[in-house]
Design a binder for this molecule. Structure first.
Ligand SMILES: Cc1cc2nc3c(=O)[nH]c(=O)nc-3n(C[C@H](O)[C@H](O)[C@H](O)COP(=O)(O)OP(=O)(O)OC[C@H]3O[C@@H](n4cnc5c(N)ncnc54)[C@H](O)[C@@H]3O)c2cc1C
Length: 387
């Protein structure tokens, strides 16, 4: 080892959700000499965008079966060891952030992500953790030596996935990991929680319009999943939380080589077909006052029975938007390549947490909960090996 290398117990690569939480938990565990290396001028850029700036940090009704992963058993063990209750206690009692739940979705009481980021940064400063910004990590050599200038007993790769690359998580985690992992340890990445491209051109003129509806994903004529909520028409297709939720499922089926896939939109989920027919007949066949006129024009221009079209407005999916617009990255380092403490098997001291790992979940706090749980597990493992 070169004598002039700066030496730490643990270096965390990436000052995002999982990296900052890992540092907080290490400090809480009494570990000193920790540094977080962040390529951006400030830590937590993506965290501030979450939940439309409100940071939906977990979910009271979390259902582990809704995550995608290659190793369900390890995921279930890990989430049951570090469940939502552990996250909430850490935020409320250790970081002193008051929380609020809205229909099971948990936010800081201020409804501002900045409250979460500031509390974590304050805790880290108070515990002497160094946050080194404007530092992009490009190599880690055995030992561990980072960028030929920093030495660490433990390295945590918490550089995120490849979605929203302008936030700093541009897929560089995978390059750093692949210097140590086996060639079969990586699941190719794909956009998850993403908008859908639609073939039908008649909806292009609805771009910017929103509708509360029920959307059903239909694959090879089978109804696969449904979501209810606000859907946004765009110039390429459709967006909105209900669409993003279905996109993850669509992507899983797409990999299995499906043929025809559509979303069927029920524009009146609160009325059955018979009641809707009576309502439309009472209005002499006009949809005025029932629907935005732009949307009703498109429905009326389609062939077939109007009421059936209102209840089953079919949109053919041609694909999804790419990683630039996806909220989460699917794929990444296989969970099965890691111990339950998030350490690469047979490589003591090298850890991976958060979105860089092949675990992704639906909207509603699932992905941040994974960032927190994986960070807790990693930090406790490091503490167990260090103390
Ligand atoms: C618009 C949007 C809204 C979202 N809303 C929610 C929500 O409400 N609830 C929810 O649960 N999830 C949400 N997510 C998903 C959630 O933000 C991510 O899953 C989570 O941030 C992943 O945490 P992470 O620490 O793994 O990665 P990130 O938060 O992406 O952090 C990785 C950090 O590492 C840094 N980095 C990367 N490579 C290097 C390198 N080589 N050297 C140094 N630094 C590096 C990056 O700059 C970044 O700061 C949302 C995502 C987006 C894009």
């Amino acid at each position: 080892m070169k004598a002039d290398l700066k030496k730490y117990n643990t270096v965390i690569i990436g000052g995002g959700a999982s990296g900052l939480m890992c540092a907080c938990r290490l400090a809480y565990n009494g570990i000193s000499d920790i540094a977080v290396l962040e390529r951006n001028p400030k830590a937590g850029k993506k965290l501030l965008m979450t939940g439309n700036g409100r940071c939906n940090l977990t979910n009271d009704d979390l259902d582990v079966s809704l995550y995608n992963t290659d190793n369900r058993e390890v995921l279930e063990n890990l989430i049951s060891k570090y469940p939502v209750s552990v996250t909430k206690v850490f935020f409320e009692r250790v970081l002193n952030i008051a929380l609020v739940s809205k229909n099971g979705l948990v936010y800081p009481r201020t409804l501002k992500g900045i409250t979460v980021l500031e509390a974590m940064l304050y805790y880290l400063k108070d515990h002497g953790v160094e946050i080194i910004t404007d530092m992009e990590v490009s190599n880690i050599s055995q030992g561990f030596v980072i960028n030929d200038s920093i030495n660490a007993d433990n390295v945590v790769i918490a550089g995120g996935g490849a979605s929203y690359p302008k936030t700093g998580s541009d897929g560089s985690s995978y390059k750093l990991i692949s210097a140590f992992s086996g060639k079969d340890d990586m699941v190719p990445v794909y956009p998850s929680l993403v908008q859908l491209n639609i073939r039908e051109s008649d909806i292009r003129k609805l771009s910017g319009e929103r509708i509360n509806c029920k959307v059903t994903l239909v694959i090879d004529r089978q109804e696969v999943a449904s979501e209810t909520g606000e859907m946004l028409f765009t110039d390429y297709g459709v967006s909105g939380i209900c669409i993003m939720q279905l996109s993850g499922i669509f992507n899983r089926y797409r990999k299995a080589g499906i043929k025809t896939v559509s979303v069927v939109v029920d524009m009146f989920p609160d009325m059955n077909e018979e009641d809707l027919r009576s309502e439309v007949e009472r209005r002499g066949g006009s949809l005025k006052g029932l629907l935005l006129s732009e949307i009703s024009d498109v429905v009326l221009s389609r062939n077939g029975d109007v009421v059936k079209n209102l209840k089953s407005f079919e949109l053919t999916i041609t694909g999804t938007r790419d990683l630039d617009s996806a909220q989460v990255t699917g794929g990444g380092l296989k969970l099965s390549a890691l111990t339950e403490g998030m350490m690469l098997k047979d490589l003591p001291g090298l850890y991976v947490t958060g979105e860089a790992v092949n675990v992704d979940g639906p909207c509603g706090g699932y992905n941040l909960q994974w960032a927190w749980s994986s960070a807790f597990s990693c930090a406790d493992d490091i503490a167990g090996r260090s103390l």
